[in-house]
Design a protein around this ligand. Structure first.
Ligand SMILES: [Zn+2]
Length: 408
């Protein structure tokens, strides 16, 4: 499915496949458009199945001249059947798409891999980003693997684990005294001043966004070339949420799949819920908010793809909900204790939202549900600090027996 242009999502004006992200005519966002793939679906399927166990097996659906010759292997993360969590919530068939298994332990490796590969094709020599943390990790690591310098701009109050895990790769870290929306605005301005810099989520955004489709492709393959009935995933900017849907739709369009695309349920934190609020109020656009939540990786107060996330949730028969910080902590514990998967706060948001949907009776017993866990718990350890006790004993059996109760 060769990429043939950048196209405005609002007025459909097309542009060449260069580093451009805003429509000159209407200021709408641009996305990659594709022409129909050559060959029949069976040949396409064989080509995918013969590919590497990384996102590059889906090169036919990515906006690149070709897959990079060398890159940090990304994708093909496990789809874990979560029977104990399903039973706890009274659900039928439940899977976890475990994105913590990526090289820097979040789904951001997918989008950065594609943005970096395209940036190199376009001749950029430096990688940069505006980040709430996970993206900073991924940009730093993939730039290091490619031998490019990296600059990451972050809000100054980010979790220490994410800053340390970024600096370790040698990236230049710039902490901005403001929130993510301030960082993002600054990056947009700086990108005009530094022509050699590829800001993965600013001037490379149309290419970057395409990386999220690979999560959908993998899920289909891992379900034996079938569609799930429902996706429950987080919403920050709304880009990942809408591009996962696009992945399913593309495969139906080219004949690799039959059936109806899944319902999409978005998850936000109550302390930063512009999309959930708009969904509830019946609005088509989001009212920007000032974020205040422990789910910092989702703390985007003015989400660029919010209107498209709203449209998807309504069109697909899903919805968008928000959960409190306490519910997020409970969600992290629920997932960890029923599946063995430790997630960061964003995964607590999606797990708590799944619980809310189940308790409300919004999910039929016969549905096949996929819960998207986007990042690793070691990145947000503060969220679990103080939630359990450590038993201290002397090194004797007597002390052990008198202090350690038997769990039933
Ligand atoms: Zn336009």
């Amino acid at each position: 499915m060769p990429a043939d242009a950048l196209k405005c999502k609002e007025c459909q004006t097309t542009y060449p496949l260069e580093a451009r992200f805003v429509c000159q005519r209407c200021f709408g966002p641009l996305e990659v458009s594709y022409s129909r793939p050559e060959g029949d679906p069976a040949a396409l399927k064989r080509r995918i199945q013969a590919g590497p166990h990384t996102i590059w097996r889906y090169a036919d659906f990515l906006p690149l001249a070709g897959p990079p010759r060398s890159a940090l292997p990304t994708g093909w993360t496990p789809l874990v059947k979560a029977d104990r969590l399903a039973q706890r919530l009274g659900l039928g068939e439940l899977y976890i798409k475990n994105e913590t298994a990526n090289p820097t332990h979040s789904f951001k490796d997918r989008v950065v891999s594609v943005a970096l590969a395209r940036a190199v094709e376009l001749g950029f020599d430096t990688l940069a980003c505006a980040s709430t943390g996970n993206l900073a990790n991924a940009v730093a690591a993939h730039a290091a693997a490619a031998g490019l310098p990296a600059y990451v701009l972050i809000p100054h109050d980010l979790e220490e684990q994410k800053i340390l895990a970024t600096g370790a790769y040698g990236a230049q870290i710039v902490a901005v005294t403001g929130n993510y929306d301030d960082v993002n605005r600054l990056c947009t301005e700086v990108s005009g001043e530094r022509p050699g810099w590829a800001f993965v989520n600013i001037n490379m955004r149309p290419y970057y966004a395409e990386g999220s489709k690979t999560l959908a492709f993998e899920t289909v393959e891992q379900l034996g070339w079938e569609l799930p009935d429902r996706i429950v995933g987080p919403i920050a900017s709304g880009s990942q949420f809408t591009k996962i849907a696009r992945g399913f739709e593309e495969w139906v369009e080219v004949g690799l799949l039959e059936g109806r695309a899944p319902a999409f349920n978005g998850a936000q934190a109550e302390g930063c819920a512009p999309v959930a609020s708009a969904f509830e109020a019946g609005w088509d656009i989001c009212k920007p908010v000032k974020p205040d939540t422990i789910a910092k990786s989702l703390a985007i107060g003015n989400p660029a793809d919010g209107p498209y996330a709203l449209e998807l949730a309504r069109r697909s028969g899903g919805g968008i909900d928000c959960v409190t910080d306490d519910e997020i902590r409970e969600g992290i514990a629920l997932l960890a204790r029923t599946t063995g998967i430790f997630t960061e706060t964003a995964g607590g948001v999606t797990t708590a939202t799944l619980r809310k949907l189940a308790e409300r009776g919004d999910i039929d017993a016969g549905e096949r549900v996929v819960l998207v866990i986007t990042g690793e718990g070691l990145k947000t350890l503060d969220a679990v600090r103080g939630t359990f006790d450590v038993t201290t004993v002397e090194p004797t059996v007597e002390s052990f027996e008198s202090h350690v109760a038997v769990t039933t």
